[in-house]
Design a binder for this molecule. Structure first.
Ligand SMILES: *[C@@H]1O[C@H](CO)[C@@H](O)[C@H](O)[C@H]1NC(C)=O
Ligand SMILES: *[C@@H]1O[C@H](CO)[C@@H](O)[C@H](O)[C@H]1NC(C)=O
Ligand SMILES: *[C@@H]1O[C@H](CO)[C@@H](O)[C@H](O)[C@H]1NC(C)=O
Ligand SMILES: *[C@@H]1O[C@H](CO)[C@@H](O)[C@H](O)[C@H]1NC(C)=O
Length: 391
């Protein structure tokens, strides 16, 4: 009995003592629960008032699976049949790895009204590099008489070209189409009769052939000569936010040339609504079609700058045209030492946009070609050619 009582007492004692030491936190539990519940309630109220914007948050908060009930509807509009068709073709061309042929060539596409005053200079430029280039000439007005073997019989069928009209884009496309017939042509350069080379052939070839981008000029100009030329007739395919401007003198990779051939949708929008007189505007198709098109379909694949230098510093309707007395070693040295590309907006601010010229991520001189040179500068250029091209 004693032992039992002792046991019980001991037991009771145990019960009184042991729980005693454990009871302190147990006594505070309601307090903890109240604090925790309050926090959770506050948290949920906040979450309800400030809906989460990420997918992860959505999974945490939503009990009915993740249907984004709190998010606004996606602003992406439904594409038309033509847009879907166009985009799948473009995407597949972009995703197809470039076929490197054994003798990759650069195609030089000359867009000229008639004679090519710098044929002799180009002849010097091309000499000794047979098999690594091809020449195509679109002479829209007069059939030129050629002196250089690199130019003889290189004319393609041409049509009349009016400056600022869609016929200019048509001529560019005609040149690209003819040059694409040769599978060795891997990079395509558009040049005019007033363009001259700034470097020797190897430099130009390597700069273009091993560039991972096309050099297509492209910038946003909020002024009257940029966005001011946009027409809402281009909707829904071409929105104002995508409208871009740039000089027409491009170089492009074969894939991009193929995409230009494949496009009829965006081309037709510019043909019909980027022209003189639409909505009382004076839209210039060759300054907007390719910059806008490539900005929309492959913005990361273009350098947003041209490799053809031109001097707009006189701020006239046409760029500066170099005459005989302008052409000196210093002028050419200056042009070949430019490392910043420049765009100026046409609004009242005249904002100057300067960016370093990058080539595969490395800073390099911006320009391979320059315009506009008057025909009488030829002799000066021929004399200086070996000097300035080795700068
Ligand atoms: C060209 O501009 C687009 C935006 O319009 C940009 O996404 C792209 O990175 C730019 N390319 C280069 C080489 O800076
Ligand atoms: C070349 O650039 C320098 C420095 O910017 C300038 O002073 C000079 O007038 C330029 N020369 C020519 C011929 O353009
Ligand atoms: C081109 O190369 C540069 C440098 O490697 C890289 O930053 C850039 O993303 C590349 N662009 C394309 C379109 O491959
Ligand atoms: C151009 O090169 C010739 C020799 O090839 C040389 O005599 C002349 O001084 C050079 N001119 C300049 C401006 O460097």
């Amino acid at each position: 009995m004693k032992s039992v009582k002792a046991w019980r007492v001991g037991n009771v004692g145990d019960l009184q003592i042991l729980p005693g030491s454990r009871h302190r936190p147990h006594l505070k539990r309601p307090m903890w629960i109240i604090v925790l519940v309050t926090m959770v309630v506050l948290f949920l109220v906040c979450a309800y008032m400030y809906p989460p914007h990420t997918r992860g948050a959505c999974y945490v908060f939503s009990s009915r699976g993740c249907k984004f009930e709190w998010l606004p509807p996606s602003p992406v509009r439904e594409l038309t049949d033509n847009e879907i068709a166009s985009r799948v073709v473009i995407r597949d061309i972009l995703n197809t790895p470039a076929v490197r042929s054994k003798n990759s060539k650069v195609a030089f596409l000359f867009l000229t009204p008639g004679p090519l005053p710098f044929e002799k200079l180009w002849d010097k430029f091309f000499h000794g590099h047979e098999g690594r280039f091809s020449v195509y000439v679109h002479a829209s007005r007069d059939k030129p008489v050629h002196f250089s073997r690199y130019f003889i019989n290189r004319e393609i069928r041409s049509e009349q070209v009016v400056w600022g009209r869609i016929s200019m884009v048509d001529a560019e496309r005609r040149l690209l189409a003819n040059a694409l017939k040769d599978p060795d042509n891997q990079h395509f350069v558009l040049l005019s009769d007033s363009c001259v080379p700034l470097h020797d052939f190897d430099y130009v070839y390597n700069y273009l052939m091993y560039s991972n981008m096309s050099f297509i000029d492209c910038f946003e100009d909020p002024g009257p000569h940029g966005n001011g030329r946009y027409s809402e007739h281009m909707l829904p395919e071409v929105e104002l936010k995508d409208f871009r401007k740039g000089a027409q003198w491009f170089t492009m990779k074969r894939q991009h040339a193929l995409i230009v051939m494949a496009d009829s949708l965006y081309y037709s929008k510019f043909r019909d609504y980027c022209k003189h007189g639409v909505d009382g505007k004076n839209c210039i198709a060759d300054e907007h079609y390719l910059p806008t098109f490539f900005h929309m379909i492959d913005p990361g694949g273009i350098a947003n700058r041209s490799v053809t230098h031109v001097d707009w510093s006189e701020r006239k309707w046409h760029p500066k045209s170099y005459k005989r007395s302008d052409v000196s070693y210093d002028l050419l040295k200056n042009i070949t030492s430019v490392y910043l590309s420049e765009h100026v907006t046409s609004d009242e601010q005249r904002t100057v946009l300067m960016r370093p010229c990058l080539w595969n991520g490395i800073r390099r001189p911006c320009y391979l070609f320059a315009r506009k040179f008057r025909p009488d500068t030829l002799d000066n250029l021929l004399n200086l050619f070996s000097n300035y091209t080795t700068l």
